[in-house]
Design a protein around this ligand. Sequence first.
Ligand code: SF4
Length: 326
Amino acid sequence: MMAAPLLSIDKLHVQFRTYAGVVHAVNGMSFDVRKGEIFGLVGESGCGKSVTGLAILRMVPHPGQISAGSILFHGEDLLLKSKSEMQAIRGGRIAMIFQDPSASLNPVFTIGNQITRVIRQHLPVSRDEAKERALSMFAAVGLPDPENIFHTYPHELSGGLQQRAMIALALSTGAELLVADEPTTALDVTIQAQILVLLAELRDKQGVSILLITHNLGVVAETCDRVGVAYAGSIVEMGDTEDVLYHMKHPYTHGLLAALPHPSRRGQLLQAIEGNVPNGLALPSGCPFHPRCEHVMDVCREKKPELVCLGAEHLVACHLYDEQRS
Ligand code: SF4
């Protein structure tokens, strides 16, 4: 049976007013993250995936503005919450981790000091109880010798251990949703794999839902239950990871996968998608992928395609499938 959505984003728009004009960074983004799943949001730089992550926590930096749409968490719109309500949700029920853990951890305080402070900010516990909770989180994320880690400064840990500490800190208050923005990009390949295994364990053992933001289709294939492919600020294809990666429908998803190195294409040039990602200052009319698409039709230049269901849970936004809605 399909799990209920924990987070539901509908037609989200985020704009940045700059001296050069209005940049449309997120342009009608819609997807759900269900309870106990890892949902991958994948796309090239500039497709709006990180801004969407920040929007969920209402942390879009100035001069960005959420201009339309809704972000439902447990059915309640986060965009209608007061500042103090959002402060309680941020870090309490929804947590976020980033690519570079050393930039998120404070270098002048020990890991133990930082995590107990966060726990006591969100939960009514004593200092000793907070420490106990911290030590058990360290163990849960596979940090060796939790008591020693507690007294360690961030710079004394490797990148992989820092990211584990960051995940422990993020989930120490019992957050139900973890927004992980490129959490393995700055790490060595072997450490990347360990962090991905850890995320899957946290989903399985603790029931944490994870929105995994990445540019890496390999990471999606390894870890995600479902995936949404983003282009120019909206989803162009979405479904079970296997369906999207092995039975892809959208010409952009085709292009992304064809651009990956594969042993069967040894010695051949990688196939790049012609053209460039559109500039958010001047998005193309109609389908934003049309200037790069080899299947472009007249309708594509005029009308932006809606996401339509092609059966089961596979959705695609492309006029090639206008006749096949189920
Ligand atoms: Fe290509 Fe048209 Fe589909 Fe856009 S809508 S991906 S231009 S065929």
